[in-house]
Write a protein that binds this ligand. Structure first.
Ligand code: GLP
Length: 237
């Protein structure tokens, strides 16, 4: 694992340069994208760089990590809506080249079609991740898992309830890339900001790799970069 530590602004700029380099070298790259508050700064920077002509998304394809079951793309808390508003509508991407798992899937078999689509697109070149969950993979998700339906734990629903009117409005299930799906990406970028992420970052970087802490499994991937602010890195020895 490679660690890049600085102010949030500094590490966002550095992460954005990875995208500039990748998309200039390989305009048809396949990007794995994430939601949450963490990537917002990066997405704003990418939109700015795109407007300045420093990079183009015109030929790339994207696959998002996850989606809530039961929310369609018009729901303002769906991850499709989030991606449209925060990135896709602000850059020169072709909407039909953007993929978010469908919140309408009914079975794991149906969900797994997403892996087939990723494979058909050539596999993910660069996967972006936030924390504590990798997508919506809960602790003890098998290492071999592909895209699947997850029953969200109380703590995950609790963590996400700030975006909904009440806890009862937080969906009970989600569909997420599996650990295997994520580990197959050629390169991975993980971003974490703030003291609230310090403990999980310590486990991710210094803990024993184990399925009880999905992010710790990233130690087993050969090309992972962690972009952290000082607070998120504060518990690292
Ligand atoms: C949700 C998503 C995760 C994301 C996490 C972090 O749980 N399913 O993929 O990493 O939120 O959110 P934040 O960046 O707001 O801390």
């Amino acid at each position: 694992m490679k660690l890049i530590i600085g102010t949030q602004e500094e590490v966002i700029k550095k992460a954005a340069q990875r995208y500039v380099k990748l998309l200039n070298e390989k305009p048809e790259a396949v990007l794995g994208l994430a939601t949450g508050s963490t990537p917002l700064g990066l997405y704003a920077e990418l939109a700015k760089l795109c407007a300045e002509g420093k990079l183009s998304f015109a030929k790339c394809t994207t696959f998002n990590l996850d989606e809530y079951i039961g929310l369609d793309g018009t729901h303002d808390q769906s991850y499709r809506y989030f991606m449209n508003k925060n990135l896709f509508e602000k850059v020169d991407i072709r909407m039909e080249a953007t993929h978010v798992p469908s919140g309408a899937v009914k079975s794991d078999e149906e969900a797994e079609q997403y892996d087939a689509e990723i494979k058909a697109a050539g596999g993910i070149d660069l996967q972006l991740l936030g924390l504590g969950n990798i997508g919506f993979n809960e602790p003890l998700t098998p290492f071999t898992s592909m895209t699947h339906i997850v029953k969200l734990t109380d703590s995950t629903r609790e963590a996400n309830k700030r975006f909904f009117a009440s806890i009862d409005d937080v969906p009970t299930h989600a569909v997420t890339m599996g650990i295997h799906t994520v580990m197959q990406a050629k390169s991975i970028i993980l971003m974490a900001f703030g003291e609230g992420k310090a403990e999980i970052i310590k486990k991710t970087v210094e803990g024993r790799p184990e399925i009880a802490v999905p992010a710790s499994l990233l130690q087993l991937h050969e090309d992972v970069e962690l972009y952290l602010d000082e607070a998120a890195a504060s518990k690292l020895s």
